[in-house]
Design a protein around this ligand. Structure first.
Ligand SMILES: Cc1cc2nc3c(=O)[nH]c(=O)nc-3n(C[C@H](O)[C@H](O)[C@H](O)COP(=O)(O)OP(=O)(O)OC[C@H]3O[C@@H](n4cnc5c(N)ncnc54)[C@H](O)[C@@H]3O)c2cc1C
Length: 505
């Protein structure tokens, strides 16, 4: 298993019945790098309504069969989880989130549902003797022979290159937010799965669709902490630098408009402000102060660490890259077009999300599709010639290759300006040309950071090529010169095969 998040751990638990499972994590395993407050599901809910909300967020590109599986298998996966390790704050609450028509966001323990899910999965995985977890182990490539996976090469915790033989691999490496200068994602989200898969000849899909969360905390030298949608659902207002509320100009639902519309409205307000370093404000000062502190303890505490009292001060915010809808193309069992290679979770493109994610569906996807991939991988279990190979050569883990950080900053700045919330042909072409010129500098990575830079570079090119090919606006992909849907040509998913972007129904 490449990855020890929700998808990787859930798959490992399923696969352990069939043989030995090695779970790799480039940092600590089973730790939530960010607060993931919600998972969508409700006992009282009509599955059909949740299905409709998901399909409507996906803007015509969801695979309805994939969504149906998510919603039908979700309750069973959550019951299992509760049996393995009931979230500590046993009270589960359902809330209303942006783009949902019913209260179906499940919270455990205040705002840390993702952390509680990972805790339960890790405890279960550690109780199974067939599962070993290798932390701080960085996968660098997939090994294939005659179109079949034969193993993985990696840098171990000391930075020494190794090869591990295996009969199947699951890519569960998470998202690609680090492609952007402003992101809610952790430093681990460097698109490794997509890059490794593409280099191994695997199809990747829907990469042009990157969801930007409209409201991430924007303060100098402070991580782009996510200020959840629920703040606006509780009545928070957005104000421009002149302190005027503006969402009413853009959408009748005001602050409750869909995520991508709010992000675009903020970008427009930032453009017209002509400020050198623009942002807008999220304003909660009119809401009941103790209610805000009680309802959002983690957000309140985090902002207080930066001397910002959200009950009294305006919060500076900007949109930030949040989730990837695309990834490694799979069927409904997580299988890719290379034998023995599977993908699940945010690294995968199962068709659940289409052109945009419904908030809160991601953790559920990791559970449901992680389990499905683990089940499907059981058929691949067979003895491998050698469980681990000897180290090939020793490389130092640091200092980082000269210039690598500068290249990463360049890639992130380019993606932020040319492949952000609003895109143009000229900007994206410039991005592709600049990235192509940069390629030789990243061709021979040796350290982890250089591998990450190389993966980010490749993923950036793939995102840019997909976005250029989609000459319309849909879901999270917005092009200034094509502001509308073009269903005739583009009611299809993008797939990258080799150096071609094609569109398939
Ligand atoms: C701030 C924030 C809030 C969110 N809130 C919600 C929410 O409320 N509800 C919801 O449903 N979703 C939410 N999401 C999305 C959701 O958290 C993610 O989509 C989901 O956790 C992804 O799980 P995953 O298992 O696919 O990957 P991850 O949990 O990201 O795990 C990836 C794993 O892969 C490992 N890895 C990566 N590359 C390598 C490599 N080269 N070698 C070895 N290991 C590697 C990492 O170390 C890690 O263990 C949120 C996301 C963010 C950023």
């Amino acid at each position: 298993m490449m990855g020890a998040g929700v998808a990787g751990l859930r798959a490992a638990i399923e696969l352990a019945a069939a043989g030995r499972v090695l779970v790799l994590a480039k940092k600590e395993a089973g730790v939530s790098p960010q607060p993931a407050p919600d998972m969508t599901l409700s006992d009282e809910d009509e599955v059909t309504l949740h299905l409709q909300d998901t399909l409507s967020a996906g803007d015509g590109l969801c695979n309805p069969a994939a969504v149906k599986i998510l919603l039908e298998e979700g309750p069973g996966r959550i019951d299992e989880l509760m049996a393995w390790g009931r979230p500590r704050g046993t009270k589960l609450v359902f809330g209303l989130e942006n783009a949902h028509s019913r209260h179906r966001s499940l919270h455990a323990e205040g705002e840390s549902t993702g952390g509680e899910i990972l805790r339960a999965l890790r405890t279960k995985a550690e109780s199974l003797k067939n599962i070993s977890i290798a932390q701080f182990t960085f996968s660098t490539a997939l090994l294939t022979d005659a179109g079949h996976i034969t193993g993985v090469s990696l840098l171990d915790e000391k930075g020494v290159p190794q090869e591990v033989a295996c009969s199947a691999v699951l890519l569960a490496t998470g998202g690609m937010g680090q492609l952007y200068r402003n992101t809610t994602n952790s430093a681990e989200a460097t698109a490794d799965g997509v890059a490794l898969a593409y280099r191994a000849g695997v199809e990747v899909s829907d990469l042009e669709f990157i969801q930007f969360h409209p409201t991430a905390l924007y303060m100098k030298k402070v991580p782009r902490f996510l200020l959840s949608e629920e703040l606006r659902a509780e009545g928070a207002h957005l104000r421009n630098l002149e302190m005027n509320r503006f969402m009413g100009k853009y959408h009748p639902m005001g602050e409750q408009a869909p995520r991508d519309l709010v992000a675009r409205a903020i970008v427009h307000e930032m453009e017209v402000s002509r400020a050198k370093d623009p942002f807008v404000y999220l304003d909660l000062t009119h809401l009941n102060s103790s209610k805000v502190q009680k309802r959002f303890p983690r957000i309140y505490a985090t902002c207080m660490q930066h001397n910002l009292d959200i009950t009294e001060d305006m919060i500076p915010v900007r949109p930030a890259a949040h989730c990837a809808m695309g990834g490694v193309r799979t069927n409904l069992d997580g299988k890719t077009n290379v034998e023995g290679l599977y993908a699940a979770g945010e690294a995968a493109a199962t068709g659940v999300h289409g052109a945009n994610r419904l908030p809160g569906n991601s953790l559920l996807e990791g559970l449901v599709y992680g389990a499905r991939a683990g089940q499907a991988m059981r058929q691949e279990a067979k003895p491998v010639s050698r469980p681990t190979a000897e180290p090939k050569a020793a490389y130092s883990n640091g200092p980082v290759d000269a210039g690598v950080e500068e290249l990463i900053v360049l890639i992130q700045a380019l993606m932020e300006s040319e492949l952000g919330v609003v895109r143009t042909r000229m900007g994206m072409q410039k991005a592709v040309t600049t990235l192509e010129e940069m390629a030789p500098k990243l061709a021979h990575p040796k350290t982890r950071r250089a591998y990450e830079a190389s993966n980010l570079h490749l993923a950036a090119l793939l995102v840019a090529r997909s976005a250029l090919a989609r000459e319309e606006s849909r879901g999270a992909h917005y092009r200034r010169e094509y502001p509308d849907h073009d269903d005739k040509k583009f009611l299809k998913r993008s797939v990258i095969r080799g150096d071609k972007v094609i569109f398939v129904s």
